[in-house]
Design a protein around this ligand. Structure first.
Ligand code: ATP
Ligand code: MG
Length: 423
């Protein structure tokens, strides 16, 4: 395997990498970095947690150090939290350069962002909506000289999902020079390959990691077949088991809606589990604060919608639970990819109801992997079933309660249930 300097990186950059524990390049870095340094466009498709971020950050920093100016590089990404994470990587690796970055995302102060953009930062990391707003409303900054356009989670940026970025991308591409290097990365590029090739016109270098499966080998992929009504009892039981059996653990639970996120958080807190949530109906400052507390292990359980499914790199996450079976195999790949990163091991457990069996079959077929059943003592789950369901209903009725009104309802809920297992 090549080392970092033989790939064309300067000594100062190799030293920075070593400080961060990056000693040898991962395959996506080894393959893509020389092509990027040669000036080619690049499409890199490699599994979750395989170091795609450094595969584009390092060559950009190398080129920036040879000819530093602002704005040199624009990175687009679908979520705000991911934008902060990528900017952090640029900042840490680019420290010796005195790198100036600017993060342009929704939910944060637009005037501050406008001022920072005017100051010609070297690197702008943005979500498309907010950057397009700045381009539409201001002419105090120019991106006509950028050398690099990077789309991280490129397939998500180009697909027409619930958040459709295509209009904003058109505005942004209109403000960029035609002569530039375009770099596209994701763990799931293949569905949108044609659209991606249209953006990276300059005979892109395409690299995809060769593997039987689309998920990492270190990940133990499990499912639990459960009737809808027993799902939450399984969840509480699983969390209790992990709490009992592991000292140092943290877990992300994915669910389908913001409301469900909120209700599950309230419910699990009633069982005294250290739970915090992340979803798009929260104020942005709260989103950042919650994620920071989860990363610092102040809270061990994060309940999130798919806003947290892509890109987030939190090494302590050992378990991912899919409270709902993802409707698309690629959403499954990104969700379970929040654990078992960079060679670590991890477990994913998908709760599957009778209505979701076809979804699991399609996940297994497309990802070329088999999910194994997760063994659970059903008797133990049934013992807590009533208590869990009553607690959940109380949380649903109360909505966002004043603390005392919720406690009142939950005390009566507990009176229904004689098993004191989780008090
Ligand atoms: N060469 C390397 N050696 C060791 N660790 C590395 C190396 N490159 C990156 N890492 C670490 O691996 C972790 C995962 O990297 P990264 O977040 O870039 O993965 P990714 O491929 O972008 O995953 P995802 O598809 O989930 O976004 C990070 O903590 C990063 O610091
Ligand atoms: Mg990534």
């Amino acid at each position: 395997m090549a080392d970092l300097s033989s790939l064309g990186l300067s000594d100062w950059l190799v030293r920075q990498c070593k400080q961060l524990g990056i000693n040898k390049p991962t395959p996506v870095q080894e393959q893509c970095m020389p092509a990027i340094l040669e000036g080619r466009d690049c499409l890199g498709c490699a599994k979750t947690g395989s170091g795609k971020t450094a595969a584009f950050v390092l060559p950009v920093l190398q080129k920036l150090s040879e000819d530093p100016y602002g704005i040199f590089c624009l990175v687009l990404t679908p979520t705000r939290e991911l934008a902060y994470q990528i900017a952090e990587q640029f900042r840490v690796l680019g420290k010796p350069l005195g790198l100036r970055d600017c993060i342009v995302v929704g939910g944060m102060d637009m005037v501050t962002q406008a001022l920072e953009l005017t100051n010609q930062p070297h690197v702008v990391v943005a979500t498309p909506g907010r950057l397009a707003d700045h381009i539409r409303s201001s002419n105090t900054f120019s991106m006509k000289k950028i050398q690099f356009l990077i789309l991280d989670e490129a397939d998500r940026l180009l697909e027409q999902g619930c958040t459709d970025f295509t209009k904003d991308l058109e505005v942004i591409l209109g403000a960029l020079p035609a002569k530039r290097q375009t770099l596209l990365f994701s763990a799931t590029l293949t569905d949108t390959l044609q659209e991606l090739k249209n953006i990276a016109m300059n005979k892109p270098f395409f690299w995809e990691s060769k593997s039987e499966t689309r998920t990492v080998e270190e990940l133990d992929q499990r499912y639990i077949l459960t009737p809808e009504k027993v799902k939450d009892a399984y969840l509480v039981h699983l969390i209790q088991t992990f709490t009992d059996e592991h000292d140092d653990w943290s877990m992300i639970i994915f669910t389908n809606t913001c409301k469900n996120c909120q209700i599950l958080t309230m419910m699990l807190r009633e069982f005294n589990f250290p739970t915090i949530s992340l979803h798009s109906m929260m104020k942005q400052k709260q989103r950042f604060a919650n994620l920071a507390k989860f990363k610092a292990s102040v809270f061990k359980i994060l309940i999130a919608t798919d806003v947290a499914a892509r890109g987030l790199d939190i090494p302590t996450v050992q378990v991912v639970i899919n409270h709902n079976t993802p409707g698309l195999p690629k959403i499954y790949i990104h969700r379970v990819g929040r654990t078992a990163r960079a060679g670590r091991s991890g477990v994913s457990i998908t709760l599957v109801t009778q209505y979701d069996i076809h979804l699991v079959q399609s996940i297994e077929e497309q990802n070329k992997t088999k999910l194994k059943e997760y063994p659970v003592e059903e008797k133990e789950v049934l013992k807590i079933l009533t208590q869990v369901n009553v607690t959940r209903r109380a949380c649903e009725i109360v909505g966002t309660p004043r603390p005392e009104s919720l406690s009142h309802l939950l005390v009566s809920a507990r009176c229904f249930q004689c098993s004191g297992l989780y008090h």
